[in-house]
Design a protein around this ligand. Structure first.
Ligand code: ZN
Length: 268
């Protein structure tokens, strides 16, 4: 039974022939959590309806030997807005967290964060989108209703309390959360912060338990910005990701391999 919310993910994928299309389709279809796959060879575009994390879908596409770049996300039926935060800090932790508001009561939060110590790490939306003193100027957990710190399933919690994410042995945390309290339009312009330690969800004995969950230092943070929905990102460089599309990365300067469509649009 499908219980997870489904999102639509739009990828630009290096597709040059029907056999490429078949390979990408084969890599995705039948995968648990993939509901449908639409591939447009002429536009080199793959649209996947899925309950998987964006990084997992990208890895499936790239398992065929082709580059994929996420261009947009949206709801399977409709969505009320999308946002993204690029996380970094003074150390080696970095990542991307995406927000997709599927309905008034469901915000999908999808992310991949690298460079973490293996284990649990508190994840919170903080009040301020201020990185002037790195993550220390982000303010406290976003708490518009004056509540105590808690876990994502609690009614007594900060709106920004998203609980813990789990980093694997390689330091990567890949997650996909559904939250009933957080709304995309309330968090744009604020910040996303990941901490060095586990959030006790307000249930510990430490003096910080009721305010922060005693989850240690802030190791990476990023401002939450509005991002592209489906088909809203026609540009060849995805500034929201800081990622250059494969056309740009691999494009020969001239000659064989260079095509008319490689010319950047005039509006770039
Ligand atoms: Zn909190």
């Amino acid at each position: 039974m499908e219980t997870k919310q489904v999102a639509k993910l739009e990828f630009a994928v290096q597709l040059s022939c029907e056999s490429c299309v078949r390979a990408v389709r084969a890599a995705l279809e039948g995968e648990r959590g993939v509901r449908s796959v639409h591939i447009d060879l002429s536009r080199e575009e793959v649209l996947v309806e899925t309950s998987l994390n964006t990084q997992e879908v990208q890895a499936l596409i790239e398992s065929t030997g082709r580059r994929a770049v996420l261009k947009g996300v949206g709801g399977a039926q409709a969505d009320l807005g999308t946002a993204v935060a690029m996380l970094s800090g003074t150390g080696r932790v970095q990542g991307v967290v995406r927000f997709l508001q599927l309905s008034q009561d469901c915000c999908l939060i999808d992310g991949t964060i690298d460079g973490l110590e293996p284990g649990l790490h508190g994840l919170h939306v903080h009040k301020l989108g201020d990185l002037t003193q790195d993550c220390m100027s982000c303010g406290e957990h976003y708490n518009p209703f004056g509540k105590q710190h808690g876990g994502p399933e609690d009614t007594e919690r900060h709106v920004g309390d998203l609980g813990n994410i789990l980093a694997a042995a390689d330091g990567r945390a890949t997650f996909r959360l559904e939250d009933s309290q957080l709304k995309v339009w309330d968090v744009i312009g604020r910040s996303m912060v990941v901490d060095s330690g586990e959030d006790d969800l307000g249930k510990g004995n430490h003096s910080l338990s009721s305010t922060t969950g005693n989850s240690g230092e802030r190791v990476a943070c990023g401002i939450i910005a509005r991002s592209a929905g489906l088909f809203q990102n026609p540009k060849q460089i995805c500034a929201c990701d800081g990622v250059t599309l494969w056309e740009e990365r691999d494009r020969p300067l001239a000659g064989k391999g260079r095509r008319v469509t490689d010319t950047p649009p005039a509006n770039l």
